[in-house]
Write a protein that binds this ligand. Structure first.
Ligand SMILES: Cc1cc2nc3c(=O)[nH]c(=O)nc-3n(C[C@H](O)[C@H](O)[C@H](O)COP(=O)(O)O)c2cc1C
Length: 223
């Protein structure tokens, strides 16, 4: 659309300031979900193996996605419980999983960010739906909503999986779980921290190891 001379002249100082503020806002909003502060401690993403490799008839993959590592701790605890039940378990970041052929069962987990299961996890489900449909599958969610583990919050947390499973209608998980996660403000950019504080998101590690082990132990994959 052409802008005539009068229109250009009509742009007043206040409009320019509003535009500048908008741009700064857009840039900082973009930055707030990507940038991490320079003082942030290095984040560990657990990958592990347990169980007797020679008994490869019950090999289970626990694959997870994560931004700040807390979901890896949950995945590892689930893996250890399944090993305690006689399975051989690989705990892997989803992005490092190359094929699912070797496994007789799969557990997939990811945290919730901005009301959604981490998109890379949702993509993993879609891209591997056929292979996942051939083995017993369990899925879990990690989120801060469950720092108050009321029945209502549990229902809301499990519902984060609904769109993911709707996009892969042939998958019928043998189990779904939801667990409280951990939030370290030290990992977040200044802007993200301010947003989380304004929403009164509590900081801390709320992972309930007893609940996580109990869920894994009760899972059909543990049988
Ligand atoms: C920017 C941001 C957005 C988040 N959004 C949600 C949310 O919508 N719902 C929720 O319950 N938890 C939310 N959380 C909490 C995370 O799900 C929780 O901290 C989780 O343990 C992070 O997992 P990770 O350490 O594996 O990345 C959010 C955390 C951050 C930092």
């Amino acid at each position: 659309m052409a802008i005539n001379k009068r229109g250009r002249e009509g742009v007043r100082r206040r409009d320019v300031l509003t535009l500048a503020e908008g741009l700064i806002g857009a840039v900082s909003l973009g930055a707030c979900f990507t940038a991490t502060p320079s003082h942030a401690a290095p984040i560990a993403f657990t990958e592990a193996q347990c169980g007797d490799k020679s008994l490869a008839d019950r090999k289970i993959l626990v694959a997870y996605a994560s931004k700040y590592g807390s979901t890896g701790g949950v995945a590892d605890a689930i893996g250890q419980t399944l090993c305690g039940k006689g399975a051989t378990v690989d705990v892997r970041l989803m992005k490092n999983v190359r094929n699912l052929e070797a496994y007789q069962g799969v557990v997939l987990g990811a945290p919730v960010y901005m009301g959604k299961w981490l998109p890379e996890a949702a993509d993993f489900v879609k891209q591997n739906a056929e292979a996942l449909g051939r083995v017993p599958l369990a899925c879990f969610v990690v989120c801060m909503l469950l720092h108050e583990p009321t029945p209502d919050n549990m229902a809301k947390a499990l519902a984060y999986l609904d769109p993911v499973l709707k996009a892969a209608p042939l998958l019928k998980p043998v189990g779904v779980g939801a667990f409280a996660g951990a939030l370290d403000y030290g990992n977040l950019s200044w802007a993200t921290k301010k947003i989380m504080q304004s929403k009164a998101q509590p900081e801390g590690d709320f992972r309930d190891w007893k609940a996580i082990h109990a869920w894994a132990e009760a899972s059909p994959l543990a049988k």
